[in-house]
Design a protein around this ligand. Structure first.
Ligand SMILES: O=C1O[C@H](COP(=O)(O)O)[C@@H](O)[C@H](O)[C@H]1O
Length: 238
């Protein structure tokens, strides 16, 4: 199969894996190495991962990594506004696939907050996320077919504020076109300073979306564009 690799900014890294299983293992190795480096340099590490369907195998592989999980804090790039017991909860995804064995010792700082409205939940999450020792050491982003990343959705009210690189907000409410519509996202201001930035995508449709985002460079139409620069490494598999 001829693999088409999109034209990247000079220095940005690209890795093609043969299968989702190889991608999951390779990504988990890269993340574990970066966490080990942070633990050596700072004695602690902050990992932020994405939700959705595709990260399950990667999270499983990462849960087996040999590292000092008791000094690792884990948070989410975005969350659906549902409690952890809900099947769509990203926190629930982490509980099922990452926080097992030694990785259960990691400290989880989630985004979900019960509240009367999504806006109030985002305000509460924003306060609570003050506990994060920023900057993020390792960030693993995903991407939807519409070019959203985290829960930075092209059609959502509040997107301009969430993409403001100097916003004082850590978390904002967002509206997704797919259920569950109500989302909480980390803002670009927090995400953009991650020391190690990885984007994991699978399939030809996402490759086409990524190529479009790289050529258009229009953050409001495809918010992933905001992150398509150094130090991002992109991991793709068919
Ligand atoms: O809704 C979401 O979708 C994207 C992509 O998810 P995937 O399962 O198609 O890889 C994800 O990155 C984002 O965190 C999530 O909330």
């Amino acid at each position: 199969m001829a693999i088409f690799e999109p034209k990247l900014m000079e220095g940005m890294a690209w890795k093609t894996w043969n299968s989702p299983a190889e991608q999951a293992k390779g990504l988990a190795d890269a993340v574990a190495d970066a966490l080990r480096e942070a633990l050596i340099e700072r004695g602690r590490a902050l990992l932020v991962v994405s939700g959705g369907r595709s990260p399950a195998a990667f999270l499983e592989a990462l849960s087996g990594a040999l590292l000092d999980w008791s000094n690792v804090a884990v948070s989410l790039a975005d969350e659906r506004w549902v409690p952890e017991s809900h099947p769509d909860s990203n926190a629930g995804l982490l509980r099922r696939h990452l926080f097992k064995g030694a990785a259960a010792k990691a400290r989880f700082i989630g985004l979900y907050q019960p509240a009367a409205s999504l806006e109030e939940a985002a305000d509460k999450a924003d306060q609570f996320l003050g506990e994060l020792a920023l900057p993020i050491d390792v960030l693993v982003l995903g991407m939807g077919d519409d070019g959203h990343t985290a829960s930075l959705f092209p059609s959502s009210p509040g997107l301009v504020e969430a993409l403001d690189p100097s916003s004082p907000r850590r978390c904002l409410p967002m509206w997704a076109p797919a259920v569950p519509h109500q989302r909480l996202t980390l803002t670009r201001a927090v995400l953009q300073n991650a020391r190690v930035q990885l984007l994991a995508i699978q399939g030809e449709a996402k490759l086409a979306t990524l190529s479009q985002a790289l050529s258009d460079n229009d953050e409001l139409r495809m918010p992933v564009s905001a992150f398509l620069r150094l130090p991002l490494s992109i991991h793709w598999c068919p």
